[in-house]
Design a protein around this ligand. Structure first.
Ligand SMILES: [Zn+2]
Ligand SMILES: [Zn+2]
Length: 75
């Protein structure tokens, strides 16, 4: 049985790293399936860990330039 190791974040289940398939002798035969091994890494990704994290490293300002805040008070 071939194995493909997929590392996922244990918190948000996002794919952290996807290894290449480790083929066995029966690789490529008909009806041969690849067993996916999920390895959990013990944290969330940068996108999801930023949601609730006590230690925010350098996320000071969001890089959004087109911030359209339509306040009625002009002039
Ligand atoms: Zn195999
Ligand atoms: Zn995530």
């Amino acid at each position: 049985m071939c194995y493909k190791v997929v590392e996922r974040y244990s918190v948000c289940k996002c794919v952290y790293f996807q290894h290449s398939i480790d083929p066995c002798s029966a690789y490529g035969q008909r009806g041969h399936s690849i067993q996916e091994k999920t390895v959990l890494v013990g944290y969330a990704c940068a996108r999801h860990s930023a949601h609730s994290s006590p230690t925010s490293p350098t996320t000071g300002r969001w890089p959004d330039s087109g911030y359209s805040s339509s306040k009625g008070s002009g002039r």
